[in-house]
Write a protein that binds this ligand. Structure first.
Ligand code: FES
Length: 305
């Protein structure tokens, strides 16, 4: 037996584990973009197949089968335990070195762009980082919308100006104060939505630097591409893909406090009787429920946080 023949016989047998591992990694990358469950499944697949792959590399493969040994010429040199050990070690070393160097090159090439693409999804969207005190709830007459305009981050100046449409719904059947607090950003591509109805400029107030203007809003419209929403924020026409986002709210010492923004699938009913399906904040152009959520999981190009 020549050195080449012995080397060939010492290599690990062809294996499907690397293919499974690659599928797992692909699943992780897709999951990073569209859904956490897909990411978890991909991680499990990659771990299982990666483990099997690495385990195979450490298993000592027989130099030759009994049949091969019987067929080997009588003059072939005997293979010693020392030969076997050194050859298996070299094959394993080369395999691991190839995988390691390939992994490093792959990581260096993919991680930076992946970080830029994925991290913004986990770092918030610059929508709100602190509660906003809108002053006494008496500033909000029942069953009327009030446009509240405020600086989310006063240090950043006008670029952080935000608008919310607030309606005091009175109390629920349980006696709990109810407010509808809609975020003005269109959920098509992010343009500022306007209330459709006259604004009472005479009744304008300013509280803690926050401007409050009552408005008779029968609906909300987006000037960019004609998106239309009803008075509860449900999409009624145009390209928007879901209802307008809303703010969480609380009442502290008689003041109305705006909290975090969340996304809304659909609003059933109106005012204090409305039933809302609440989701984590999603980008404009992203469906949050229904079959469309799975068909169109990626933000529309051009949408902004
Ligand atoms: S951004 Fe509002 S309809 Fe397109």
């Amino acid at each position: 037996m020549t050195d080449d023949e012995r080397e060939t016989q010492h290599l690990p047998a062809p294996s499907l584990w690397p293919i499974g591992f690659a599928l797992g990694v692909a699943c992780i990358l897709v999951g990073l973009v569209i859904s956490v469950p897909a990411l978890i499944v991909g991680a499990i697949i990659a771990l299982v197949f990666g483990f099997l792959w690495v385990r195979d590399l450490f298993v000592q493969h027989p130099v030759t089968s009994a049949t091969d040994m019987a067929a080997a010429p009588a003059t072939a040199p005997a293979v010693t335990e020392a030969d076997l050990g050194s050859n298996v070690d070299r094959a394993t070393f080369l395999s691991l070195a190839t995988i390691g160097v390939g992994g490093l090159i792959g990581a260096a090439a993919t991680l930076p762009p992946l970080g830029f693409a994925v991290l913004p999804s986990f770092m918030g969207e610059g929508v709100k980082t602190h509660d906003v005190d809108l002053g006494p709830i008496s500033n909000f007459p029942e069953n009327e919308y009030v446009i509240a305009t405020y600086l989310e981050n006063p240090d950043a100046g006008e670029v952080s100006r935000r608008t919310a449409f607030i309606r005091n719904n009175g109390r629920t059947e349980d006696g709990i104060p109810s407010f509808t607090a809609i975020y003005s950003r269109c959920v098509h591509l992010g343009c500022p939505v306007q209330p459709n109805g006259p604004i009472d400029e005479q009744a304008k107030k300013e509280v803690n630097g926050i401007e409050l203007r009552p408005v008779l809003a029968a609906s909300f419209g987006c000037p960019c591409h004609g998106g239309l929403y009803d008075s509860e924020g449900n999409r009624s026409a145009g390209p928007p893909v879901r209802s307008l986002d809303r703010f969480e709210f609380s009442i502290k010492d008689g003041n109305l406090i705006l909290g975090r923004v969340f996304s809304v699938g659909n609003v059933d009913g109106t005012g204090a009787k409305a039933r809302i399906t609440k989701y984590y904040k999603a980008y404009p152009g992203v469906h949050v429920d229904g079959v469309e959520k799975w068909l169109y999981p990626i933000p529309t190009p051009g949408s902004t946080g």
